[in-house]
Design a protein around this ligand. Structure first.
Ligand code: C5J
Length: 221
């Protein structure tokens, strides 16, 4: 069985039952001049994940293991956005407002879509999610069941928000999650570090953490 050097212990995975999750690598979060930057964030902290993710996708696409991309966002009429989420933040920076790349986090807008470097290929699954977790109000559970997935390699942004929420949801549903430290990003360095530590703490309370080269080595075998 392929085994990745990971914390807190080696992570064994089966090529027939493992899926890759790429969470919310969207222009609104990652592009300079976009929504994320308008909130005062340094998008370079997220953009450091792009090159390792490109390498990971290139290698993963040589296997038969599935790839699932997610996008956080809402319908144009905001009917799927809870008022409490909508009210959050300064009025000029709310979901649905006009941003540099269209209405912020609204499906169909340029900013809502995945960055050019990591665009899904034909046949890859794209799941639109209204929440932080990828399981909430989506078809992810059914999709994973159909694929026969038991283990998830989790990547994307942001580490402490959508990645963490998804890993916790997945862990409670019985999936074993390997989070790739260089392929997940946070606007806040301290959250990046602690977020990863929290996953692997207490014997892997939410999952495992590794660097992508350790996984690439196993994929290349
Ligand atoms: C946030 C996300 N941070 N994808 N979304 O609001 O983590």
């Amino acid at each position: 069985m392929p085994t990745v050097d990971a914390r807190p212990s080696p992570f064994e995975f089966d090529l027939d039952t493992t899926a890759l999750l790429v969470i919310d690598m969207q222009r609104d979060f990652l592009l300079p001049g976009g929504f994320g930057e308008s909130l005062g964030n340094d998008v370079a902290r997220l953009r450091r994940t792009i090159a390792p993710l490109q390498a990971l996708l290139k290698a993963w696409r040589t296997t038969s293991m599935p790839i699932i991309h997610t996008r956080e966002g809402h319908k144009p009429d905001l009917s799927d956005c809870p008022p409490a989420k909508l009210k959050r933040g300064a009025p000029s920076k709310r979901i649905g407002d006009a941003g540099a790349f269209g209405r912020i986090l609204i499906q169909g807008e340029y900013g809502h879509d995945i960055i050019d470097e990591l665009q899904p290929l034909n046949g890859e699954i794209v799941i639109d999610k209204p929440g932080k977790g990828a399981f909430y109000a989506t078809e992810l559970s059914e999709t994973l069941a159909k694929l026969g997935a038991k283990q998830l390699v989790v990547t994307g942004v942001t580490t402490e928000v959508c990645v963490h929420t998804t890993v916790r949801e997945a862990n409670d549903r019985g999936y074993e999650c390997l989070v790739l430290a260089d392929c997940v990003g946070s606007y806040f360095p301290e959250f990046q570090q602690i977020g990863l530590e929290m996953i692997a703490a207490q014997g892997g309370i939410f999952g495992w953490v590794a660097e992508s080269p350790a996984l690439l080595k196993e994929i290349a075998r």
